[in-house]
Design a protein around this ligand. Structure first.
Ligand SMILES: Cc1cc2nc3c(=O)[nH]c(=O)nc-3n(C[C@H](O)[C@H](O)[C@H](O)COP(=O)(O)O)c2cc1C
Length: 447
């Protein structure tokens, strides 16, 4: 685990005044992490409403009707996932919160946990009630120490006030949260690897099926959701599915946390309704760019990069529209790549990340990403590339794609294949000249 310096406050919680801020309303506010503050601002009222006025199935239906799609990357409808849980049969059940957030470009969950931890605990309790789970597992990335401390304090406060524990709001429903720190590995965010890690095993992914709803934590029925998804549930219950569904686009409802990084004037986290365009995020909110930009990664490092064109900038940031452009919304982590940065170097940086974070369980990822792909990029950035190398990389990618045990290997192919597709000229220049077209890179001697 890497030690990370503590940050005194959220780097940003900037939002567009034209839109209502929901999830980040209290992020960045001094003292917002305390239970007293949270309750003064209506905290735990949604949980009370669910426990005292709704049946578990009604809570699930409300979330289904809202159209909320999972904010952890894949965008699977949250209410539908909850309804996969088997009928209650007396066995222990779990709601797991995935707070691993290790993908480069993604840093939205962190500030919810640091500045508004009760929002997440309340969301977990509501989800637990809906699916019949009396135990919540909050699996947090090891490096997120400040968030961990805030959550630990929040859990203690909630227990002391009877908001976690037995018989919540006199409803007969018991719920408590186990806070578990990971040791800082990207693979731990994959839901089945996360469960293994939580159980004290090596964080290798598990074969699916059985899916977590059938056999999750300790082989028991489990539902796993992202931090932002669970925080959204609080507002869906308190304000209703129709309110949530009224925001966004046809296939992507509600409000979303977008993260902007790279050479933006104001990088940070911005809350917008689904379907706002990249242009609105980067120029209206982010203040534009500090230098010319050539590419944009739309949703965290695994999502294929797109050229920084007017057409891409005017694309709505929702699940469907970005797929039509050849990428994915992912976590909404928008990374800008400067024009003068060597694209091969930028891609190598990401390949190195995925190679390092691979668990090594399966051959396509171990030999394909950590082995062959790494060697090919080492060769390219050393200026030793030859004719045929790009075709070899593409052929290797074809043999890895969809063949690995979990999506981590495919995640690495996102930057590889998209960078070759959109910036092949830079690769070819490097191979032909033995030096990069743009020398701003961490490895080139002229940099
Ligand atoms: C390698 C890998 C890493 C992942 N990391 C995370 C993560 O850090 N946080 C997260 O919520 N989902 C992550 N996911 C997705 C989870 O497996 C899972 O789909 C998600 O937590 C489900 O929550 P949601 O339905 O609310 O989106 C990752 C997936 C893969 C393949």
């Amino acid at each position: 685990m890497t030690a990370v310096a503590d940050k005194p406050r959220a780097i940003t919680s900037r939002t567009d005044p034209r839109f209502e801020v929901v999830l980040y309303k209290h992020v960045g506010v001094e003292g917002a992490h305390t239970l007293a503050y949270y309750r003064q601002h209506g905290g735990y009222e949604a949980l009370k409403k669910a426990l005292t006025g709704m049946k578990p199935a009604e809570v699930t239906d409300e979330v289904k009707r809202s159209g909320l799609r999972g904010r952890g990357g894949a965008g699977f409808p949250t209410g539908v996932k909850w309804s996969f849980m088997p009928p209650v049969d007396g066995r222990q059940r779990f709601i797991v919160c995935n707070a691993d957030e290790s993908e480069p470009g993604s840093f939205k969950d962190r500030y919810i946990m640091e500045d508004d931890p009760h929002q997440l605990l309340e969301g977990m309790a509501i989800a637990g009630y809906a699916i019949g789970a009396t135990k919540g597992v909050l699996y947090i990335r090891g490096e997120y120490y400040r968030a961990y401390e805030r959550l630990r304090e929040a859990i203690a406060e909630a227990r002391a006030e009877g908001l976690l524990g037995r018989d919540l709001f006199g409803s007969g429903f018991d719920f408590d949260v186990i806070l578990h720190r990971g040791a800082g590995a990207y693979i731990c965010g994959e839901e089945t690897a996360l469960m293994n890690s939580f159980e004290g095993l090596r964080a290798n992914p598990r074969l699916k099926p059985p899916f977590p709803a059938q056999a999750g934590v300790y082989g028991l029925p489990t539902t796993i959701n992202n931090v932002e998804s669970l925080a959204s549930v609080v507002h869906i219950i308190s304000r209703g599915a129709d309110w949530f569904a009224a925001m966004g686009t046809e296939d992507s409802k509600g409000t979303k946390l977008y993260q902007l990084s790279g050479p933006a004037v104001r990088p940070g986290v911005y809350e917008l309704p689904m379907g706002a365009t990249f242009r609105e995020l980067i120029f209206d909110l982010g203040g534009g760019v500090t230098e010319p930009v050539k590419a944009l990664i739309p949703g965290g490092s695994s999502t294929p990069m797109l050229p920084f064109t007017d057409d891409v900038l005017d694309t709505p940031m929702d699940y469907g529209a970005i797929v039509k452009k050849g990428s994915m919304l992912g976590t909404g982590g928008v990374i800008l790549i400067p024009r003068d940065k060597c694209i091969v170097n930028a891609t190598w940086n990401l390949v190195r990340f995925y190679a390092h974070e691979s668990c090594g369980k399966c051959t396509p990822c171990r030999e394909g990403i950590s082995g062959w792909m790494t060697k090919m990029y080492q060769k390219l950035v050393a200026g030793l590339g030859e004719a045929g190398d790009l075709e070899l990389i593409e052929m290797m990618a074809e043999n890895i794609k969809g063949k690995a045990f979990c999506p981590l290997a495919d995640a690495c192919l996102g930057p590889v294949l998209s960078s070759i597709a959109h910036f092949r000229d830079e690769y070819e220049y490097l191979i032909a000249h033995g030096r990069p077209m743009y020398t701003r890179s961490s490895w080139w001697k002229d940099a």
